[in-house]
Design a protein around this ligand. Sequence first.
Ligand SMILES: NC(=O)C1=CN([C@@H]2O[C@H](COP(=O)(O)OP(=O)(O)OC[C@H]3O[C@@H](n4cnc5c(N)ncnc54)[C@H](OP(=O)(O)O)[C@@H]3O)[C@@H](O)[C@H]2O)C=CC1
Ligand SMILES: O=C(O)CCC(=O)C(=O)O
Length: 443
Amino acid sequence: MSYVEQVYQKVVERNPHEPEFLQAVKEVLDSLEPVLDRHPEYQKAGLLERIVEPERQIIFRVPWVDDQGRVQVNRGMRIQFNSAIGPYKGGIRFHPTVYTGIIKFLGFEQIFKNSLTGLPIGGAKGGSDFDPKGKSDAEVMRFCQSFMNELYRHIGADVDVPAGDIGVGAREIGYMYGQYKKLTRLYEGVLTGKGLSYGGSLVRTEATGYGLVYFVDEMIKAKGKSFEGATVVISGSGNVAIYAAEKVYQLGGKVVAMCDSNGYIYDKDGVNLDTVKRIKEVERGRIRDYVKSHPSAEYVDGTGIWNIKCDVALPCATQNELDENDAKKLVANGCFAVGEGANMPCTPEAVRVFLENKVLFAPGKAANAGGVATSALEMSQNSMRMSWTFEEVDAKLKNIMVNIYKNVSQTAKEYGHEDNFVVGANIAGFLKVADAMMAQGIV
Ligand SMILES: NC(=O)C1=CN([C@@H]2O[C@H](COP(=O)(O)OP(=O)(O)OC[C@H]3O[C@@H](n4cnc5c(N)ncnc54)[C@H](OP(=O)(O)O)[C@@H]3O)[C@@H](O)[C@H]2O)C=CC1
Ligand SMILES: O=C(O)CCC(=O)C(=O)O
């Protein structure tokens, strides 16, 4: 058994009930064999054993009172995975499926993603099994305040800087920021994704979706293709999906389908993004409402969005939402590129189908890094007590995404896996963190 296989075996023994975490670790470790051949010193330093173990996990009770006066109790957590290259950084997810296996897979991915941005940020993730769907603003506020009543002890502008993720947007960040400030009396950049009136950065709302499309654009341009005239299917209709769609339209493509967890809409004339924004950002409604104002579009309950013919597929909803059969369908329908806006949305079997069929595949830790990169730009602006214009931040974001593409594709080539951006992203993200960990001793 190789060193890498031995490390993975130990991870399986230690975390037997966390399949998503095991999936994320296996994908990274599988890419690292050639790196370990070149760097035998990593084994001596126990580098892999250390990188797969979080530096710290904080799990806490979150009690709150609902609108009926009943006491509710959720579980909160923050997993601070790796601080070798900077303060912990990563989102907070509020969703009923949250448990340690999900937050650990996200925190682990975040280490390498944050490294790829080229900015000094370590990896972390947090969340709760609280479901904001159907809750009143007052309930969400009480929950967020209670969540922060514990979390504030473990974070800080130079310690750990959380942000949003599924179920956590501007509203939740605002409530958490207010409570942090009240508890600590500090007005500092402790969270990103803040509102513009209290330290937020322009473009952070758009950043993950825009960044995804900048990355995919670079990847397909290298093969002589473009978004101009391309038909695109995007799963999800949340923050990442909406702004990926906006950038696709700006580059001349047409988005024909989007979804939420209940079902998908198909609009052959191109999904009207103003309508989706109204339904999702203002009314907090369901995607099925789209057909009320666009009767020529179709709404279909359940999964199945990947059966729709497209040139480019952008999974932007959640982990493991696109499986082997979906991938085969996309290939059969002529899809030539897939970009992961979500974290780990494609199963390992689906990724294999794409790579075997020469579909250009942009893995999430590279392709969706624009969100956290812009969060780091928000941290810089907060530290400098200034704010850049939309154009300035957007230009920096685009530059970062182009550089990530270059780094990932060059690394893939250098290690003998040309056009395999999964291997390229894992190795390039790992090398910087490994170098920093080696320099800092056994900690
Ligand atoms: N926000 C960010 O900056 C970043 C986010 N990401 C990743 O992008 C993904 C989306 O995040 P974000 O847009 O912020 O989250 P949002 O909460 O804004 O949106 C999530 C969207 O995905 C849908 N969805 C969730 N679960 C499923 C499912 N099982 N099947 C179909 N649709 C589903 C939701 O539908 P419904 O409303 O019905 O639940 C919603 O439309 C996540 O994987 C996240 O980790 C990655 C990098 C940065
Ligand atoms: O902006 C951030 O800090 C985190 C974004 C995020 O959660 C992610 O990259 O998955």
